[in-house]
Design a protein around this ligand. Structure first.
Ligand code: UN1
Length: 505
């Protein structure tokens, strides 16, 4: 049973009311749900003039925010974290309603927001630079980190609020102001998060203008991309989008932080603990209906264990409960829309033409109950090699299985795709694990051992290489992208000594 649209609408209204958001009104920006494929409400999109004004407000708010001591800025983020904690269930409802995530993953996404707020509060007391040994007597060489300006955040439907929070919690602690353009597919969760942030600002006496929300289509995003007042543009989405955005931001000497497509692989070595591998693989490949940037898309299995592993995976895939993500038994919710289903079918057709054999799944389900939605069976496809379709990212639960004989061959296949986000190896051989993590191993921004490719913690830096765009968000020292560095040379002697022993005058 799929929850009827009217019930979903009521659920959305109730969640919005509890977070204190105004009821949606408007016509030009639909809010829809992938659970049934129906529209829930109409919302108002920002006009180009309104978008300009919002960027203006964020820009005007910057000088005062920059001058606010960082630990005081952290108080805003702490309050935001408190409000996110208090509204976990409401926010998770909206994530499920708009992105189709199952309850535990929707709550997990909200948890990620709370975690990054905690992280950013601590960070607000740790924005430190280095002191460096000067080559001159009586000199001090140091670096200071300053707030950067307005940060534009463009986020995708699949992590409609966590990716915003990685950027926003860190940017606010760093003294930046934020303009957010969420995915057109997830406006309600964006309104809810914005409402809570505005409330947090009121509660702690911070200026509300430090955060601006812009609902709208591509044109609104383009304004952010091209506006010289936007010092950093952090964009999450497809490689195609990044190819357009990156050069445009660079052309105006803005900073870009890109988190683009992944084509993540796991290597399964002969020594792997197969119980653990099966669990890790199924979550990474079929979880979130294969719609994470970090979803597992390629499985490189040693020939000795290939049949055993594929048999076990096939059995596990056949048992996966697909359906209404509000049903606590469901593990696989819908794809975001029927266009995603079309792309999945095209990929499967191509795989067939390139010699692939479907081992499990591949079908569409619940077509009668929800004709406008796209519920699909996670699909396992055995491929004869790393053909064209395997080298591309298809944002759906399709896992291509390839076999290998030597680790060298596995690594060549592993790195032989244009993307470089996440990766993993299942092995009990320490030497193999270390090779995989070494400079000769995985070429990705994330490399794991005995755990799948998805589900990174916020404490590490998140992002990847090659066509994934090179950006790093979230934890570790990713905050540096949100600040500007000044190198300071201070002469506390009575002499003017020039560097490199230069003499003059
Ligand atoms: C994304 O899909 O854009 O590592 C982000 C993960 C999550 C974030 C994914 N923590 O799967």
């Amino acid at each position: 049973m799929i929850t009827p649209t009217e019930t979903l609408r009521e659920r959305a209204l109730a969640a919005l009311a509890r977070v204190g958001a105004a009821p949606p009104e408007g016509t030009d920006h639909p809010a829809r749900t992938p659970l049934t494929g129906d529209n829930l409400f109409g919302l108002a999109a920002a006009s180009p003039a309104e978008a300009e004004q919002a960027i203006g407000r964020a820009s005007e708010a910057f000088p005062a925010w920059r001058a606010t001591p960082a630990p005081r800025r952290g108080e805003l983020v702490r309050r935001l974290g408190d409000l996110l904690r208090a509204h976990q269930g409401d926010l998770a409802d909206l994530v499920t309603l708009e992105a189709g995530k199952i309850r535990s993953e929707a709550l997990g996404e909200v948890r990620e927001m709370i975690d990054i707020c905690d992280f950013a509060v601590g960070l607000s007391r740790q924005l430190h630079g280095r002191t460096i040994a000067s080559e001159r007597p009586g000199h001090r060489l140091a670096e200071t980190w300053h707030p950067l300006g307005v940060v534009g955040v463009i986020s995708a439907f699949n992590f409609p609020c966590a990716v915003w929070s990685w950027n926003t919690a860190v940017a606010l602690a760093c003294g930046d102001t934020v303009v957010w353009k969420p995915s057109e597919l997830t406006p309600l969760i964006s309104v809810a998060c914005h409402t809570l942030l505005v409330r947090a600002a009121r509660d702690v006496g911070a200026p509300e203008q430090v955060h601006q929300l812009l609902l709208g289509d591509r044109a609104v995003g383009e304004l952010l991309v091209d506006d010289p007042r936007v010092a950093l543009l952090s964009a999450t989405g497809s490689t195609r989008m990044g190819r357009e955005v990156g050069p445009r931001v660079a052309a105006r000497f803005g900073r870009g932080l890109l988190e683009l497509g992944g084509n993540n692989a796991a290597i399964v070595a002969p020594s792997a603990d197969l119980d653990l591998a099966v669990q890790g693989i199924v979550f990474a490949a079929a979880g979130t209906a294969g719609q994470r940037c970090t979803s597992l898309r390629r499985l490189l299995v040693h020939r000795d264990v290939a049949d055993t592993l594929t048999d076990r995976l096939t059995a596990a895939y056949r048992k996966l409960p697909i359906g209404d993500p509000f049903d606590t038994n469901t593990l696989v919710g819908p794809l975001i829309h029927t266009a995603a289903l079309d792309r999945m079918r095209t990929a499967l057709d191509r795989a067939g033409a390139e010699g692939g054999a479907v081992l499990a799944g591949g079908g569409r389900v619940l077509t009668e109950e929800a004709p406008g939605a796209a519920y699909v069976e996670p699909t396992l496809v055995r491929m004869p090699g790393q053909t064209g379709v395997v080298r591309e990212e298809t944002f759906a639960p399709v896992l291509f299985v390839l076999t290998y004989d030597t680790l060298e061959e596995a690594l060549a296949l592993h790195n032989g795709v244009p993307q470089g986000l996440s990766s993993s190896i299942f092995t009990r051989d320490q030497r193999e694990a270390e090779v995989f993590l070494s400079s000769e191993g995985s070429d990705c921004g994330i490399a794991n051992v005995n755990i799948g490719t998805s589900g990174a913690e916020i404490g590490g830096a998140f992002g990847g290489e090659k066509e994934t765009g090179g950006g790093r968000e979230s934890g570790s020292d990713a905050w540096r992208a949100y600040m500007r560095r000044a190198t300071n040379t201070v002469n506390y002697s009575n002499e003017l000594a020039l560097a490199q022993n230069v003499s003059f005058l």
